[in-house]
Design a protein around this ligand. Structure first.
Ligand code: UDP
Ligand code: MG
Length: 323
């Protein structure tokens, strides 16, 4: 017997959860028919949703043995949701996928085929188009991937998604990275293992709305840079060296000029310009230092990545006592 755990982070997904459940049931049945030794576990993570997501999950867990859920004490973000899922699932194989059907469950049988023979440790999808996304957003995304791959040793594949079918070994690898500032795209790549990419056209959300605003994505990309690259620190040093060089040359020029021509009182604008320029550079570099310092500060507090409020066990027990 092999257990396949399907992890689904959900934040305000009342509109799509029933659709998702229906789809995934079909796929699980199909896989079960083909491989009779497979058993399933559906682990939903309710990331502090404000709509009826939790109620739907509770209902589902009462009627279906396979359904488990973890409900957070507040919204901790998708990264925390995925971590909680990986930490609590029991499967020999593990899938992480979105609830909105943008990660089509129909890929699961194919993914399983790639991984089951041991040739690959992970199968994942890569969208080759960004259909249904605004032009500016796509342009920013492309620039981010280009920049990121220049300044980081960890390769981040453009279009790669959090839709991952993994072996237990890879999951354990990911869980061994206990960092608080989690950037999954980097973490998935950092752990290595043999990954099989399946290319496909982007699918639009089945229902509901995305939780990502443009600024949210922008901040997320900065997270990625600060989590997987120290290039901005090097940039700060380079800027420092450059302005030292300029200052050195200016010193020589000024000394020679003063010796040869004397020093009339003038040059106020020049001084102001130099002060502003250097002041700006210094603040910029201190800002970069501050970013890394703040990340380090949060890491060394060792706060938990998520807090659980309820799970299917607690709910089933309470339900039994109350009735
Ligand atoms: N999600 C989450 N916590 C959040 C935001 C999103 O668990 O704070 C979940 C969401 O329910 C969905 C997945 O992460 O299952 C992807 O979110 P979304 O579809 O909004 O992002 P996009 O597909 O636009 O990247
Ligand atoms: Mg989505």
């Amino acid at each position: 017997m092999s257990l396949l755990s399907i992890i689904v982070p959900c934040y305000n997904e009342e509109a799509v959860l029933p659709l998702f459940y229906e789809e995934i049931q079909k796929v699980m049945q199909q896989m079960k028919d083909e491989h009779s030794h497979l058993t399933f576990e559906l682990l939903f993570i309710d990331d502090g949703s404000k709509d009826k997501t939790l109620q739907i999950l509770r209902e589902m867990s009462l009627h279906d043995e396979k359904v488990r859920f973890i409900s957070f004490s507040r919204n901790f973000g998708k990264e925390a949701g995925m971590y909680a899922g990986l930490e609590n699932c029991k499967g020999d194989y593990v899938v992480v996928m979105d609830a909105d059907l943008q990660h089509p469950p129909a890929f699961l049988p194919q993914m399983y085929n790639y991984v089951k023979d041991g040739e690959y440790d992970c199968a994942t999808t890569r969208r080759i188009s960004r259909k249904g996304e605004s032009k500016i957003r796509s342009a920013f995304a492309r620039t981010f991937y280009k920049l990121m791959n220049k300044i980081s040793h960890t390769e981040i594949v453009d279009g790669a998604q959090d839709f991952r079918f993994m072996t237990r070994q890879m999951v354990d690898g990911i869980l061994s990275m206990k960092e608080y500032n989690r950037f999954s795209k980097g973490i998935f790549s950092w752990v290595g293992f043999k990954v099989r990419y399946i290319e496909y056209e982007n699918v639009e959300r089945a229902a509901g709305t995305t939780a990502w605003s443009f600024w949210g994505l922008f901040r997320y990309s900065l997270e990625g840079i600060f989590a997987f690259s120290t290039a901005p620190l090097a940039l700060a040093s380079l800027l420092g060296i450059f302005s030292c060089l300029v200052a050195f040359i200016m010193c020589i020029v000024i000394i020679v000029k003063t010796l040869v021509f004397g020093e009339p009182v003038a040059g106020f604008p020049t001084i102001m310009c130099v002060i502003f320029l250097l002041g700006g550079l210094q603040l910029f570099c201190i800002g970069i230092l501050g970013q890394y310092l703040s990340k380090t500060y949060l890491e060394c507090k060792q706060r938990p990545i998520y807090l659980m409020r309820e799970n299917e066990e607690i709910y089933r027990n309470r339900n039994k006592h109350n009735s």
